[in-house]
Design a protein around this ligand. Structure first.
Ligand SMILES: Cc1ncc(C[n+]2csc(CCOP(=O)(O)OP(=O)(O)O)c2C)c(N)n1
Ligand SMILES: [Mg+2]
Length: 372
């Protein structure tokens, strides 16, 4: 792979320039119009490009379906991923199957790419613990709702890999809001000190519910926080699947040879509400959203594929039909799963259930719905 051509972060306040943040770079390869800087684009086969595009469409469709299911009362609250597909597909694309992924709660694209079926995601948000039981060998932790709590878990996995002298890496997703949690700083510090094979992927989608990025941190970037922990941070255009892929690929190569962690800040945007429980119009400027719609990662990638004569309307129609079928089949399968045994609420908390929980289980079992 040729060395990446990069430009330095613009608008860094003078005091931070003095801190010599020279290792923080910004990378974009594919612009909003689908123009690609082929000189620095990593080599990607046509079949992989098609696979990524299909995954983006599958993610959008699954996301839309989950939204409808929530509005119809068929699942509970969930967080749409719309707008962040490239950040996840580009990063998972740089991993091997043996590598581990640790997610937060907005990683629908990453889950689908890893082979977690849409019905599992529906089941999870339908309150069914079986949704978190992924196919064997998925190597991905379940959804973590407590903000930032998953970051130390990932560092623990990476530490285990290092102790066992494995060549695998662990990649962890979190948001801009999570960087204000102690868990983030503790995990980054530990990974830096022990030079762990951990890739920290911050999807900076500009908002943490109603808190804008500017109120989250006084740093000019999130990427530069890595410098304080003694390793490299890079900021990439998170709506550019090639930039995310290239940066992750470099981070993975480094981690595999024992050169420690990397923080990748994917500069992106949450196009939907925070979850199905809020209305972003109450705190976000419509103009800001409109500007980001123009940067939509799916549209941008489609434009590129069209220029490369990989995409045309016939191809789109075929994909849409195939994916609609997949999503509908998954809804059916999810709804045919029925009610889970009530033990599911209790079973995975402790290796051995403590007496108080046993008592509660026995109590709740009286009310268990009988299978029709
Ligand atoms: C420890 C904790 N505090 C608060 C919440 C409520 N909460 C859920 S998501 C969220 C914001 C997270 O923002 P960010 O990390 O940027 O991720 P995003 O939602 O933008 O993907 C908050 C405060 C929570 N789930 N866990
Ligand atoms: Mg956020």
């Amino acid at each position: 792979m040729p060395p990446l051509k990069v430009s330095y972060l613009k608008n860094v306040p003078p005091i931070q320039k003095e801190l010599k943040l020279s290792s923080v770079r910004f990378l974009q390869i594919l612009d909003e119009q689908g123009n690609c800087n082929e000189k620095i684009k990593p080599k990607i086969s046509e079949s992989t490009l098609r696979e990524w595009y299909k995954l983006m469409v599958l993610t959008r469709k699954t996301d839309e379906k989950l939204f409808v299911l929530q509005r119809q009362g068929r699942i509970s609250t969930f967080a749409q991923v719309k707008g962040q597909e490239a950040s996840q597909i580009g990063s998972v694309g740089a991993l091997q199957k043996e590598d581990w992924i640790v997610q937060a709660f907005r990683e629908t694209a990453a889950m689908l790419m890893r082979g977690v079926p849409p019905k599992n995601i529906m089941a999870y948000y339908g309150g069914d613990g079986r949704g978190s039981v992924y196919p064997e060998g998925t190597n991905m932790l379940p959804i973590a709702i407590p903000v930032g709590s998953q970051i130390p878990h990932a560092v623990g996995i990476a530490w285990g890999m290092k102790l066992k002298k494995e060549k695998n890496v662990c990649l962890v997703y979190f948001g801009d809001g999570a960087t204000s949690e102690g868990d983030f700083h503790e995990a980054m510090n530990f990974a830096g000190v022990f030079q762990l094979p951990c890739i920290f992927v911050c999807q900076n989608n500009q908002w943490a519910i109603s808190v804008p990025r500017a109120r989250q941190t006084a740093s000019a970037s999130i990427a530069q926080k890595a410098v304080a922990y003694g390793f490299e941070g890079i900021q990439v255009d998170g709506n550019d699947v090639f930039a995310v892929y290239a940066a992750t690929q470099q981070a993975v190569q480094k981690a595999r040879v024992g050169k420690g962690p990397t923080l990748i800040e994917c500069y992106t945007y949450r196009l939907a509400d925070h979850t199905t429980s809020d209305d972003a119009k109450r705190y976000r400027d419509e103009k800001e959203v409109a500007a980001w719609i123009k940067k939509d990662p799916l549209v941008r990638f489609k434009k590129y594929l069209e220029k490369k004569k990989i995409w045309n309307t016939k191809y789109e129609e075929a994909i849409q039909k195939e994916i609609e079928g997949i999503v509908e089949r998954n809804v059916q399968e999810y709804e045919n799963m029925g009610v889970p045994p009530v033990e599911y609420l209790f079973n995975h908390m402790y290796k051995e259930m403590p007496p108080a929980l046993k008592e509660q289980l026995a109590y709740i079992k009286q009310f268990e719905r009988k299978k029709e």
